[in-house]
Design a protein around this ligand. Structure first.
Ligand SMILES: Cc1cc2nc3c(=O)[nH]c(=O)nc-3n(C[C@H](O)[C@H](O)[C@H](O)COP(=O)(O)OP(=O)(O)OC[C@H]3O[C@@H](n4cnc5c(N)ncnc54)[C@H](O)[C@@H]3O)c2cc1C
Length: 407
């Protein structure tokens, strides 16, 4: 009998962890599992900002997929998914290859939402993928080098648009990373201007007041110019324009104002709600028995009004249940209901400060920064056990990561 074919689209938090869990659950010969991803490396999205500021090495954040899966149990295909056709049960890749699935997991993650603001898509830098974030690092170097030639201060002005979780993490890394890079160009670091622009009345608007105050204090200590209640109207290669005709001359705008689900899902013949794939309590796309969706592409309603947010924490918890449910579907046994348990969230502000809440406890400062590192280590543990934690922290050698032409 033919083995059922399972395709997992995306090797991010959701897809990769589902794949590695299936390796443990499925018996030999029970199914043919293939992960498809556009790169042959997995990047730790929650640490991308460090790549942008040059405060982490590439190998800390991008890990070869071949070292994370067991090739005797899981196939890996490096390709870009071009389209999904749920009625013919086919996935088309950019190579022209067509995959016919029995079971499909869509875990293709997020895209950056630019809200149609003129110039953002064309001129702002995005914290979207390993490659797009590495471009920020190259841009900083380029601007420091060009400043030496023309002494144009706009080259030393770095704007982070969006003071949410990712924006604050990016600001902290830039504040620590850029002064170190300045030394290479013999540029006094006090000439650097880092500006935070946020449309809401405060940074981290969904955090408690004490946490917001703490964050402001740390950002101010870093000499970051915080502009809240400020809406961006336009971005050009040389400046951004805010409401009330405020213009900020800058060559580097880092856009961190929100994400949306991967647009590939829009035309696959599956139901769409709030631009995501609505899933039932077993993580199957509504009305489908053989198509699952998790992570940032999935719309999982936690109650009548609100959906789970697009976070790694959600994707990871979903991955665990999704792996069990794919195996149960193959075995025609009952599926498990997914229940989300929020464990808290911690945002780093550089290496030695962080802010957040874990369980009932509000955290800030050095202890919060330590907790952030514990959370990062926990993810490595889920992915590759204690061996991966040791490998990453002792800087043992990986295969090097080659950047794909497209991100
Ligand atoms: C800078 C930053 C910091 C964050 N910090 C936190 C945090 O501290 N805590 C938290 O809980 N969440 C955090 N998040 C959110 C979290 O990273 C996402 O919610 C999580 O990555 C979603 O997982 P996913 O599996 O849905 O998608 P992803 O992890 O984005 O994975 C999607 C995968 O699909 C691949 N892919 C995309 N399109 C295609 C295609 N067409 N063909 C083939 N492959 C494709 C991508 O390359 C990627 O490997 C952060 C996000 C960012 C950007």
């Amino acid at each position: 009998m033919n083995k059922p074919k399972v395709f997992i689209l995306g090797a991010g938090y959701g897809g990769l962890v589902t794949g590695t869990k299936l390796e443990k659950i499925l018996k030999s010969g029970e199914a043919d599992v293939t992960i498809v991803n556009k790169h042959d490396y997995h990047y730790i999205t929650t640490q991308l900002h460090k790549i942008g500021a040059g405060t982490a090495t590439d190998t800390k954040v991008a890990l070869p997929i071949s070292e994370l899966i067991d090739p005797s149990k899981t196939n890996f295909k490096k390709a870009m998914v071009s389209s999904i056709n749920s009625s013919s049960r086919r996935v088309t890749l950019d190579t022209g290859e067509v995959l016919e699935y029995d079971y499909l997991l869509i875990a293709l993650g997020f895209e950056v939402e630019t809200y149609g603001i003129p110039g953002i898509k064309e001129h702002a830098f995005q914290i979207r993928s390993f490659r797009s974030t590495k471009a920020i690092y190259h841009q900083i170097h380029k601007q420091l080098a060009l400043y030496k030639e023309d002494l144009d201060p706009s080259r030393l002005t770095f704007v982070v648009a969006g003071g949410g979780f990712t924006g604050v993490e990016m600001l902290g890394e830039l504040a620590e990373g850029i002064p170190a890079l300045c030394q290479n160009y013999d540029i006094p670091s006090d000439l650097i201007k880092i500006i935070a622009v946020e449309a809401a009345p405060s940074v981290l608007p969904f955090f408690e007041e004490e946490s917001i105050d703490y964050t402001n204090r740390v950002l101010e200590k870093f000499n970051i110019d915080i502009r809240t209640g400020a809406k961006i109207l336009e971005c050009t290669p040389k400046m951004i324009t805010l409401e009330n005709n405020v213009e900020i001359p800058t060559r580097t705008v880092i856009w961190s104002c929100g994400v949306k689900a991967n647009s590939i899902i829009q035309d696959c013949g599956l139901p769409i709600e709030k631009v995501k794939l609505p899933v039932d309590s077993m993580l199957r796309v509504q009305g489908m028995e053989n198509v699952f969706c998790i992570g940032d592409c999935a719309l999982f309603m936690k109650d009548e009004k609100s959906a789970l947010p697009p976070t790694a924490q959600v994707a990871l918890q979903e991955a665990s249940v999704c792996a069990e449910n794919i195996a149960a579907s193959i075995r025609k046994s009952p599926l498990k209901l997914f229940e989300y348990h929020h464990k808290g969230s911690v945002a780093s502000i550089g290496n030695l400060a962080a802010v957040g809440k874990v369980g009932k406890f509000r955290l800030s400062g050095l202890f919060a920064a330590f907790m952030k590192k514990v959370i990062e280590a926990r993810y490595l543990f889920i992915l590759g056990g204690p061996a991966l934690i040791l490998k990453q922290n002792l800087n043992l050698k990986h295969g090097s990561v080659k950047l794909a032409a497209k991100n």
